[in-house]
Design a protein around this ligand. Structure first.
Ligand SMILES: CC(C)(COP(=O)(O)OP(=O)(O)OC[C@H]1O[C@@H](n2cnc3c(N)ncnc32)[C@H](O)[C@@H]1OP(=O)(O)O)[C@@H](O)C(=O)NCCC(=O)NCCS
Length: 437
């Protein structure tokens, strides 16, 4: 290897290593559209997916089959009928959908079985499994038009999928759903991927797109919030394929998926670059928890109590009576999703000392390790800055390291405002953590 290639490899490995570590054991849903299967880079794409699996990522692949279905219909002289932009699937079209989905599935299974060419991992192989994990129901009759075998996802058997992932098996899903009456329905691949990702509480959803997402000046769009994505869609300036994928990403955000990435299917190694390099190559649509914290109000009391109750009785958080929390509600910031309070924290200012206590940080168990803890602390620090505080502090018995990793340092009770010192229960033996703002 030449020196420059060696330097490049070392540089790349150093950059990728933290990401490799961070993604191990995380769940990733990748939507491989039919265009990606027909594209020249398909074999490489499958190798890259096998690589992600080898790196310990829990991988679910949902595939599309639109060009493959259309090709079959064309050969038979049948055209897909649309109403209001939605496909109507009659008996003949359904036959083509089943054939195309079957052919694509086998193609993916074949190529991924190659594993990672020229690598020691190739011998290890990749186990991949499909199944009836998606229950569908008919889209039904709209404006008097019967969509027949066009369906929508009714339910995802996330436990069965998770079981396979636990066994180190890649799960492959076709854009087909099965009804309780034994019928097969044609589903939108993108929407299936969203439903599966939401049901699995996946860490990321990746959508392969025919072309990169660009602004009107032609520059690639790297980061978008769902709101910015909606504005772009409303302005109607995005190419049709990318717009469709962006709509899927917005729906994903609405369903609670924090990060969806759109990746140009024509970029060789696009998924790998997006995941393992700092700048990535695609467009990330991320729900920023920073935007959505709000100050608690009266109706939020039950949600806060439900979230912190078990932590208080477990001795992890200090005991506060409901009456005390109610009196302090305006000190609490919360994040509510689908009616559940998923994160909370409180800020108790000490204006005379220009400091504030960060307290009662809690993240719902189902949402931990997604950055919400980080986000609430950041949000409270911002509130403290707005109050002209120079420092913030926290008292904790179990999360000292968590705070230290977020820029806090160990301090002592004597560093705290006298009013606070007077309230401290020495029995708890809490550690004091302090941060300069
Ligand atoms: C501590 C807590 C708020 C973190 O919330 P979160 O949303 O999971 O946090 P983030 O996603 O920002 O960070 C997760 C990281 O912190 C680590 N972490 C979680 N709890 C920790 C603790 N007590 N000590 C050290 N690290 C901890 C996780 O392992 C994870 O790191 P990893 O991804 O490298 O494994 C959450 O675990 C919680 O509600 N705990 C119970 C209440 C509590 O202890 N509150 C703090 C006292 S005020």
């Amino acid at each position: 290897m030449s020196d420059s290639r060696q330097d490049l490899a070392v540089h790349w490995f150093r950059e990728a290593a933290p990401f490799i570590n961070a993604y191990r054991g995380r769940t990733l849903v990748v939507y491989v559209c039919g265009e990606a299967i027909a594209a020249a880079g398909f074999a490489h794409l499958m190798q890259d997916l096998a690589l992600l699996h080898a790196l310990g990522i829990r991988l679910v692949i949902v595939h599309g089959a639109r060009p493959q279905i259309e090709e079959r219909l064309q050969r038979r002289g049948i055209a897909f009928r649309y109403h209001n932009g939605l496909r109507i699937t009659d008996e003949q079209s359904l036959q083509a959908v089943k054939e195309a989905a079957g052919a694509v599935r086998v193609e993916i299974e074949g190529k991924i079985s190659l594993g990672i060419r020229n690598s020691l991992l190739a011998r290890q192989g990749v186990k991949i499994s499909s199944g009836n994990f998606v229950t569908a129901q008919p889209l039904g009759i709209h404006d008097g038009v019967d969509y027949q075998y066009t369906g929508i996802v009714r339910r995802v058997d996330s436990a069965a999928i998770a079981g396979l992932l636990d066994d180190d098996i890649v799960v492959l899903l076709s854009p087909l759903g099965y009804s309780v009456t034994g019928e097969v329905f044609n589903l939108s691949g993108g929407d299936t991927a969203v439903s599966v990702a939401a049901a699995l509480k996946a860490d990321k959803l990746m959508l392969l797109v025919d072309g990169a997402l660009r602004d009107t000046a032609g520059a690639p769009l790297r980061d978008l919030t769902p709101a910015a994505a909606r504005d772009l869609l409303a302005a109607g300036q995005i190419a049709a394929e990318a717009a469709e994928a962006l709509q899927v990403a917005v729906r994903a955000a609405e369903q609670g998926i924090n990060r969806t990435h759109l990746i140009d299917l024509h970029v060789d190694g696009g998924i790998v670059q997006e995941l393992f390099t700092r700048d990535g190559i695609g467009t990330m649509i991320s729900v920023s928890p920073y935007d959505v914290f709000r100050t608690a109000a009266g109706e939020d009391l039950p949600g806060i109590l439900e979230l912190i109750g078990p932590l208080q009785s477990g001795g992890i958080l200090i005991e506060r009576t409901p009456a005390r929390i109610e009196a302090d509600l305006e000190k609490f910031s919360i994040l509510v999703r689908e009616g559940t309070t998923i994160a909370c924290g409180a800020l108790y200012p000490y204006p005379a000392q220009r400091t504030a206590e960060i307290a009662c940080i809690a993240v719902h168990q189902d949402y931990q390790r997604s950055g919400f803890g980080d986000a609430i602390v950041n949000h409270l620090e911002q509130r403290a800055r707005a109050l002209d505080c120079r420092t913030v502090f926290a008292l904790t018995t179990r999360a000292a390291h968590w705070f230290i990793e977020r820029g806090y340092r160990r301090a002592t009770v004597t560093d705290l405002p006298p009013d606070k010192q007077a309230q401290i229960d020495p029995q708890r033996n809490s550690q004091v953590l302090l941060k300069d703002l």
